[in-house]
Design a protein around this ligand. Structure first.
Ligand code: KIV
Length: 271
């Protein structure tokens, strides 16, 4: 399993870092069999696992439940647990309770969105032994503030602001930074500027690593296909195909056959 220092080592050596989201035991056990470096139990689970429209509905309890399942499935992966909407913008005591739940569930670090107003809390977490991953650019928890899901940092002013946020998060003690939906040249510039590793999603090829949502990577979500998503499997077609095959087999009485049945003797008729 990699640790936080390996993120910087990989950045220095030019070896790309791979991260995938994961929310349940079975998927985590599959990821554990691969060379993928780390798992993000993302608050995107509010959408992918619970069917909400945005990540705003994720809660610390939801995050802890899914993190615990993932940590039982992926025993050999570095796990980042997302701090959900507002869970790090309350009192210090409430913020720490949210972090505590997620770390106790098996995360090795937490991720939070945005820079403004978060530096003090990040520093407190780092000094408490909790590694923190930052996340800037398109921060889905801010969807209503951003007016939708749009590429960020397209103007000089917003690009400058993102660069300042990236520096501020590094100064606060983050060990890595997710850059979501920012133009390739800006992501490359931030990556060159920072000592900590950048992990991109919709940020082009020049970040130190990449992250994708499990369902998007496997083509399981046919309703959502932004430009930056590549389906590495035609999962929806394969899975629905198998489900339909099962449906037909049962209805046509070809399943279960003798091979999949126990050869018990018929019960003797009672007198
Ligand atoms: O929750 C999530 O899946 C994320 C990734 C998109 C980085 O934060």
């Amino acid at each position: 399993m990699i640790n936080i220092f390996d993120f910087q080592k990989k950045k220095a050596s030019g070896e790309k870092i791979t991260m995938v989201t994961c929310y349940d035991y079975t998927s985590a056990a599959l990821v554990d069999k691969t060379g993928i470096d780390c798992i993000l139990v993302g608050d995107s689970l509010a959408m992918t696992m619970h069917g909400f429209d945005t990540t705003v509905n994720a809660t610390p309890d939801m995050m802890a439940l899914h993190t615990a399942a993932v940590s039982r499935g992926a025993r050999d992966k570095f796990i980042v647990g997302d701090l959900p909407f507002m869970s790090y913008r309350r009192s210090l005591s409430d913020n720490m309770d949210a972090v505590y739940k997620i770390m106790q569930a098996g995360a090795h670090s937490v991720k939070l969105e945005g820079a403004a107003g978060n530096a003090g809390f990040i520093q407190h977490l780092v000094e408490s032994g909790v590694p923190v991953m930052g996340h800037i650019g398109l921060t889905p928890q801010f969807v209503h503030q951003l007016g939708g899901y749009h590429v960020q940092g397209k103007t000089d002013e917003s690009a400058k602001r993102l660069m300042e946020e990236a520096r501020a998060l590094q100064r606060a003690g983050c060990f890595a930074l997710v850059l979501e939906c920012v133009p390739t040249p800006l992501a490359a510039e931030i990556t060159r500027e920072l000592k900590i590793a950048t992990i991109g999603i919709g940020a082009g090829p020049d970040t130190d690593g990449q992250v994708l949502v499990f369902q998007d990577l496997l083509g399981l979500n046919t309703d959502f296909r932004p430009k930056f998503v590549k389906n590495f499997l035609n999962g929806a077609e394969l899975v629905t195909g198998a489900l339909e095959e099962y449906n037909q087999a049962v209805k046509k009485r070809t399943f279960p056959d003798a091979e999949h049945s126990f050869g018990a003797k018929k019960l003797a008729k009672s007198a």
